[in-house]
Structure formats: structure tokens, C-alpha cells
Write a new protein. Sequence first.
Length: 424
Amino acid sequence: MTAPTTATDVNQPSLQPTAPTGRRMSLPVLLLVIAGALALTSIVRLITGANGITNVSQMSTALQLAVPIGLAGLGGLWAERAGVVNIGLEGMMILGTWFGAWAGFQWGPWTGVLVGLIGGALGGLLHALVTVTFNVNHIVSGVAINILALGATRYLAPLAFEGHQGGSAKQSPAVESLGSFTVPGLSEALRDLNAKGWFFVSDIAGLLGGLVTNVSWLTLIAVALVPATWYILWRTPFGLRLRSCGENPIAAESLGVNVYKYKYVAVIISGALAGLGGVFLSIVANPFYLEGQTSGRGYIGLAAMIFGNWMPGGLAIGAGLFGYTDSLNLRGGSANVHALLLLGALLLVIGAIWLAIRKKYVHAVITLVIGALVYAWYAGTNEVPNQVVAATPYVITLVVLALSAQRLRMPRANGMPYRKGQGK
């Protein structure tokens, strides 16, 4: 939902970016869709006996895995709302993991959080310098930053970590925990209710239980950043000007907006958020830096942002979806993914019916055939190969982007070259 900002600026009334066209899902409808998906998942759980797909531990792990993806996606949203494509999120996350662990094992975890955030911001500053000031292609700059970050951390890791207890050329010493919390009473009650296996009710209990059990303090900060981003970008004059730079920078400049400044600020914040996602990986998800631990989450975060149509709420849902599928690798992977084949088949059948109602008969038939093939896969097997389990998050990323492509609308000037003075 892209609501008009309430923050007024009487001197710049035409800065309001044009709202995306097309129908947008209201909050009640969105909640109804989520409830329907959860009910369908509950049916699959009862049919297959795969209770792990909605238990408290699964949901808690999914939340933990969704946080770095969501932070990377938020970073991408800030940059692209200002008109700068940020393919360098992966590299900025890598910088966050290294700097966070490097400072964390020496001076404590919260210092590691701050330094890791700064490390990611430095990556954002470099991307802004190259793309905004020197007008280099955004994709080329982002890929270069990813390569530079990987090379720099690989070079620095032996120098910083070897010789310390637990450190090596590819791993840092352990970092002290940031701490976590569990809501007493509520967590136990939800876990007990989830264990009863009741239709829908137990699944909701599992979802809610994951949100109040062993939650890191950094997770709370990450979750709070989603509504904070929405408020800043859609309810303040600062956010209005920043988004205008991504929609029509020439018009914004003609009305007195310093486009370069807003682009720089947005991309630096973008890098800081991606760096924070990297810090989460090297301090919370694992208590140490490990070479390659981002595992492409920067790219998945970018996919979550696109899935969410460059909106914080949609991005959060996308990150949750990808985090959930990623969590299947850690908890009952093969059995749970096999159960989700049935869920996928049911969703495809429902999608075919919806397409037929909209008189898109060719698309409906194709979707129905794919659904039948997925069901045949489920019915003809008892488990799926481990390779399929490992690939599930990436397959889901591609499928979701393919299905949501028709309703997407990025900022109009995103990735377009801009030179200071064009609006004069």
C-alpha cells in the first residue's frame, strides 16, 4: 500500500511521486490471504503427518533466518527508492559479517554490531560515490563491490584472526552472545497448544510461539526497522524528497532538492542495513565469522524487496517466506519439503481455478498441468533428495518472482543516469 504522505511541504507540492498503478491488496484482505495459506498448510500437516512444518522450533528458526534477508531487502529498498540499484548488497553483507566479528570478539558483541554496521555503510558509500558522482552503471558497480568485499575479507581474515584462540584463515574467534529473551508463560502455553496438533489453532500457536521464544535482541531491532522505514519514507518530508529522487530527479532538483545528497544518504543507509544483516549472521546466527556465510542472502534480500513491490510490508512477507523455506534445511528437511510438495500442488490448483475465473484459460490449463505433475511427484515418492532440500529457498525465490512479475512497479528513475544541473 502506497498511501499519500501526510507530511506536507507547501513549497514543493509537486514532489509527490506518482503512485503505482494497479490494484493493491488492503490489510484485511492480506490478513485473510495469510490465514487461508495457514489453514491450507494445516490441512497438509494433518494429511502428511509432517508436524514439523508449523511447530514452534521451525517458526523460531524461520524468523532467525528471515532477519538477515529482510535487512538486506530493506537496504535495497532505501537505495532503489532513491533511484540507485544496489546489486552490491551481498558485498555489503560480507563486510558486515567480517567487521562485526572482528570488533565483536575483541570489544564485545554490541561494539561488533556498531562496527559491522559501519563496515556495510562504507560499502554503501563506495557504491554511492561510483554511481552517483561518477555515474558508473549501477549493476557494474554492485558486482564490483561484491567481488571487492569478498577479496578484501579473504585477505584480511588471516591477518586479523590467526593467532587468536579459535581463529583461523577462514574463521574468527567466537563472539560473546548478544542475549535473547523468551516471554515466560506465553511461550510455554503456545508450545503446549502447538503440540496438541489441532487444526489451524495449533498452527497459529506454532507461528506465534516462534515469535516469543529465544528471540535475539537484534531480531527485535530488525523487526522494528520495518515500520520505521515505512514511516520515514512515506510519512515525513525527508522521505517524500528521497522517493522523489527515485521517481523524477530532474523535477525534484528543479524544486530545490539536493538530489545527490539524498541519493548518498539513501545508499549509505542501504549499506548500513545490509551490514547489519551481515552482523546478524556472524554474531547471532553463528557466534563467529566464517568465510562464505552470507550464502547469497544479499541477492535473496533483493528478491524479497522485488517480491514486496518496493514496499516494507511486502518485503517482510517475502523475507519470512524465504526464511521459512531456508529453515527446512535445518529441521526435518526431507520430510518437510516432501509435505510441501502437496501444499504446492494444492496452491497451483487454486491458482488454476482463479485464472479460469478470470478467463485466462491457457494459463489456467498450464498451471493445472504443473500442479498435477507436482502432485504426482508427491504421491510417487516418500522423500525428496537432500539436493532438492538445499535448493528449495532458491527455487522458491525464482518461482515467487516469476508469479509476481506482472504486478511489480519499481521507482520510475531507478538505475537511470542523472547529472547535477539537469533540472535547471
